[in-house]
Design a binder for this molecule. Sequence first.
Ligand code: FCB
Length: 457
Amino acid sequence: MHKQNTFQKNFIWGAATSSYQIEGAPTAGGKGPSVWDIFSHSPGKIKNNDNGDIACNHYELWPQDITLMKELGINAYRFSISWPRIFPTGIESKPNQSGLDFYSKLVDVLLENNITPFVTLNHWDIPQGLEEIGGWPNREIVNEFVKYSYHTSNHLGDRVKYWITHNEPWCVSYLGYVIGRKPPGLIQNWPKSLAAAHHLMLSHGMAIPEIRSNSDNSEVGITLNLNTAVPASDSKYDEDACRFYDGQFNRLYLNPLYKSEYPDDVFEYLRSRDWISQSDLNFIKDDDLNIISTKTDFLGVNYYSRGVIRNEEIDEKNNHTRNVEIGEKTDFGWEIYPPGIYDLLIRLKNEYSVNNIYITENGCSYGDGPNSEGKIRDTRRIKYFDSHLKELKRSIQDGVQCNGYFAWSLMDNFEWAEGFSQRFGLVWVDFETQERIPKDSYYWYQKFISSNGIEVK
Ligand code: FCB
């Protein structure tokens, strides 16, 4: 029987990681400290006071990790470059050769194995030296990012053809400056949060032509973490809260990038609470929005869960009863909501006319480890992937142009403020011995890829 397939013949099936989460080797080859080295060594910032000094020791074990990728059957691998391996303090005028060599070798061996590299330039671990001169809220960092992008693409651009400027600017801007869960750990500092978001996007726009000039026929884009948000009830309070949530989470990034404008309602909301003043927005200069909205070749989308938004500013007793049912949660406490990826992708098509998407992350945290026979029966992870891929397929059938999907993550790793307590990998990692054991989900994904997604179960 002829089976209908929606995933095109050369669909990209990958897995993703990031430098600080897997590499270890914080000083090898002249690498300078990143903000994450400093943050993770600050007492109380990370669960169990874990840090990424060793993580998966991928810096030394990368050949064996490529073997795992090869056996998995992925045709692409998304990884990030540690900026302070290339510019140890950020402000040097010449790149550090040993850092470039590390990634150059990695890229060569990936290509020898027919695995296409997708390179993220900034997955948050910026040089501490740049944090010390003000970090993302300081406009000077924009030129430093452009310089770093130029040198890195100049060195790798003959072989790397997929470039992601930044990973999830929201996490840097909101979690770093409003919630304090990520470096630099500031709380409720909206002026800095917005300036950080702006400079992240501006540096993205400015880096695009540099990367293109160094890497012929390449695709350059940015990765955003996006979701679908719904009010927890039909009250006006929850609707207002949900509009703000959607604004600061999704539209604050999508609108400048795709519509060359900021969502005014977000600024209005912040002003009405005195969290920002008018002059706090002076970081927006003439022409910035034109640069930010420079046409990209793709949008990277990271999807994990949806937002069910309750207005926390009013007394519960004055609000309507919550009427949105929350589904099952992963070990991280994130709700499993597969239709959310469908809704999000349709919105990106209809409201933003995004016409080339890669799902650059999707996955779930479950603690399942080896049983008495050494097998890892992570059936809940299989179910998560299966249900999300079905929704992805449905969105493609409904006209979404998505050309690739990356599972987060290739292997268990350092999950930021959660340390090693949350495991997202297709491969189990024993952080004491560095042993890697493929989980059942790894074999499931292997089979899925080999049939190009025809056999979803
Ligand atoms: C995303 C990050 C990634 C990983 C997953 C679980 O926000 O980009 O590094 O931590 O969440």
